[in-house]
Design a protein around this ligand. Structure first.
Ligand SMILES: CC(C)(COP(=O)(O)OP(=O)(O)OC[C@H]1O[C@@H](n2cnc3c(N)ncnc32)[C@H](O)[C@@H]1OP(=O)(O)O)[C@@H](O)C(=O)NCCC(=O)NCCS
Length: 325
């Protein structure tokens, strides 16, 4: 028995911040941001908004499309590093927001790789026969963790949530395999102290240098390209699938230059790689499920297509999932 993604959904905060809005706040330019990252705009959580509400909206959309009720779920797994609380987990808060109780709900903390990790955990537990209907969510609000005076990080991140409903199913369709990796020795390339969501872009108090996201961009860039290439090759190889047979790669949307460099190393043309980083920025664990939802909406994915998801993020963590749609 395998696991299949039967529906997806996405939801975003209300506030749209363009590069031109950022030009008015800091020493930067639309041209710099676009050429270095491919980002043109991002949605950011503002005071009074709750990321749990946004994740619940994405989840309800996915559940409705799956023809299921929240009460049909047997587990909730959330890839996130953006809980307001050290505990309870984001997943427990989401479960409560969806009006259900008792089922196991937990977070997977793997930063930008959170969704790829969570999907792999869901698939393994479903294969083991533990649960047959699982909600997997990727959600983050890294815009609330940046120092808005640090132009090198402030321009990169956006917020949001993507959700998928997975169902146990026999047959050839579904998750074919996943590969997960991490290297703690690189933890200082991208990190933030745990303090919950408090510094929305519109708030009076901005994060001080000490508790804001710290990033060594150029080093991270190089490792991200190499690691995403490696894990993509590996997951395809393990499944016995030539890369040329992959219909669409849906990568973590951190930076268009990273995405293009990985595609080039893999010999994949632009038509085989989905990108939407221009409209969302780097939404961390939300980026892969948001992109997946858009790829389905725009009919870039058809039944039986081979779809590859990959990501790299703080930890460092990285991983890939191969799915027969
Ligand atoms: C962050 C990143 C876009 C920076 O691009 P880069 O080409 O490496 O740029 P550098 O950091 O070398 O900085 C180049 C110059 O631009 C400046 N700069 C940095 N941010 C800027 C901004 N927002 N606007 C204008 N100038 C900026 C720097 O101060 C530096 O100026 P200097 O040469 O006078 O010192 C790039 O390193 C990157 O994308 N790294 C990966 C980040 C990432 O994706 N993280 C998440 C992974 S999950």
């Amino acid at each position: 028995m395998g696991s299949r993604i039967v529906a997806t959904g996405r939801a975003l905060p209300r506030t749209l911040i363009t590069n031109h809005d950022l030009e008015r706040r800091m020493e930067t330019s639309d041209e710099w941001i676009r050429t270095r990252t491919g980002i043109g705009q991002r949605y950011t959580l503002c005071s009074g908004e709750s990321l749990v509400d946004i994740a619940a909206d994405a989840s309800r959309i996915a559940l409705e499309r799956a023809g299921l009720k929240a009460s049909d779920l047997e587990a909730i797994i959330v890839g996130t590093v953006s809980s307001d609380f050290g505990f309870p987990s984001f997943a427990c808060q989401l479960q409560h927001r969806l009006g259900i109780s008792s089922i196991p709900s937990f977070d997977v903390a793997a930063a930008c790789s959170g969704f790829v990790y969570a999907l792999s955990v869901a698939d393994s537990t479903m294969r083991a026969g533990d649960w047959s209907r699982v909600l997997v969510v990727g959600t983050d609000a890294l815009s609330t963790m940046v120092d808005w005076n640090d132009r090198a990080t402030a321009v990169l991140f956006g917020d949001g949530a993507g959700a998928v409903v997975m169902v146990s199913e026999p047959g050839a369709r579904g998750v074919l395999g996943s590969i997960l990796r991490s290297s703690g020795e690189y933890w200082e390339l991208l990190s933030v102290r745990n303090r919950g969501i408090q510094n929305t872009i519109d708030a009076e108090v901005k994060s001080s240098g000490d508790d804001a996201i710290k990033m060594k961009g150029p080093e991270l860039f190089k490792i991200a390209v190499k690691s995403m290439e490696e894990v993509t090759r590996k997951v395809a190889e393990r499944a016995g699938v030539p890369l040329a047979e992959i219909a669409l790669v849906v990568p973590h949307q951190a930076n268009l230059r990273i995405i293009n460099a990985v595609a080039q190393r893999l010999g994949l043309g632009e038509d085989k790689v989905f990108t939407n980083v221009d409209r969302y920025g780097n939404t961390s664990a939300a980026s892969v499920p948001i992109a997946l939802d858009e790829a389905l909406e725009t009919r870039r994915i058809r039944d039986n297509d081979l779809v590859l998801l990959n990501a790299c993020g703080g930890g460092l963590t990285w991983g890939a999932n191969l799915v027969r749609w």
